[in-house]
Design a protein around this ligand. Structure first.
Ligand SMILES: Nc1ncnc2c1ncn2[C@@H]1O[C@H](COP(=O)(O)OP(=O)(O)OP(=O)(O)O)[C@@H](O)[C@H]1O
Ligand SMILES: [Mg+2]
Length: 269
């Protein structure tokens, strides 16, 4: 940036998306998983990312969190490119996620799992231990209080001391979200969080995600195959097909988009 921005450019920056990916391509050996995909999520917005199996949705989250390197394109957080960042930097940059396949510590308690989410805020490096006025005991207490607050927010306070592996699968997925929230992210990336939920539970889950988004002004990018949830919850939806952008729009636009219906939704949607 050259510091000579016009007024209109400056005002554009005010509305700058929290996440902006442009023309991102990812290749695994001979597999072209993503070709020039673009996605943006604004502050406080819930965006859906949908498409058939193998469309590249999880790969896109991996690119945003630096787990997959992208050959071409740009990914920006609050206008700053993330190209130089490592996987471990992403949480400090405000990006938290859950995984399509559970990423939990099954033998630890729910509370301990969620405390790990806030780990980067409470330190642990040698220099921080010396210069940080908080003792390690005080840091642990602060992490515990924060984790309990998030568990209450997620309606999981009653299972805080349960061993995570003993929870029903949908609650393990919810715990993963709690752990991501403990990091106080700007943007939360959810990869099929409603797996295993019944119809009634999906509705309640949608209300919970909406409440969390509003109370934190959080941006969310949601991958889900559960169309009732996606259409009811999302402000905008991006559709991938064969590693490319197929469509983008409001739920009602996506529902009636012929290309999306024929590639993914089918006539019943
Ligand atoms: N680590 C990897 N190595 C090689 N190929 C991969 C790897 N990860 C993903 N792929 C391939 O990239 C393509 C996109 O996969 P991806 O998992 O991103 O799809 P998806 O849209 O998340 O699908 P689903 O809805 O089934 O989860 C697929 O062809 C997949 O086989
Ligand atoms: Mg996937």
């Amino acid at each position: 940036m050259d510091g000579r921005k016009s007024v209109s450019e400056s005002s554009l920056n005010v509305a700058q998306p929290v996440l902006q990916a442009r023309d991102v391509s990812v290749q695994f050996g001979g597999v072209q998983a993503l070709s020039d995909v673009s996605v943006s999520v604004r502050a406080g917005e819930i965006c859906g990312l949908i498409g058939p199996n193998g469309a590249g949705k999880s790969t896109f989250l991996n690119a945003v969190t630096r787990l997959a390197s992208y050959g071409t394109g740009t990914i920006m957080l609050d206008g700053t490119p993330i190209e130089g960042a490592k996987v471990r930097d992403m949480i400090g940059l405000g990006v938290a996620r859950t995984f399509q396949n559970l990423g939990i510590y099954a033998s630890m308690t729910v509370l301990e799992n969620v405390m790990l989410g806030g780990h980067h805020q409470f330190g642990g490096r040698f220099a921080q231990t010396i210069f940080n006025p908080m003792s390690s005991g005080a840091r642990e207490r602060a992490a515990r209080v924060k984790a309990m607050t998030v568990l209450e927010e997620m309606g999981m306070a009653d299972v805080a001391n349960t061993i995570a592996g003993a929870l029903p699968y949908p609650l393990q997925k919810r715990m993963e979200i709690a752990r991501a929230l403990a990091a106080e992210p700007k943007i939360l990336l959810l990869d099929e969080p409603a797996g295993g939920l019944t119809h009634g539970e999906v509705h309640e889950f949608g209300e919970l995600v909406d409440k969390v988004r509003r109370s934190r002004n959080l941006s969310i990018l949601l991958i889900e195959h559960h169309m009732g949830l996606v259409m009811g919850l999302c402000d905008r939806i991006f559709v991938f097909h064969l590693g490319r952008n197929l469509a983008e729009g409001k739920p009602e636009e996506i529902k009636s988009n012929e290309a999306v219906i024929s590639a993914y939704l089918g006539r019943a949607a």
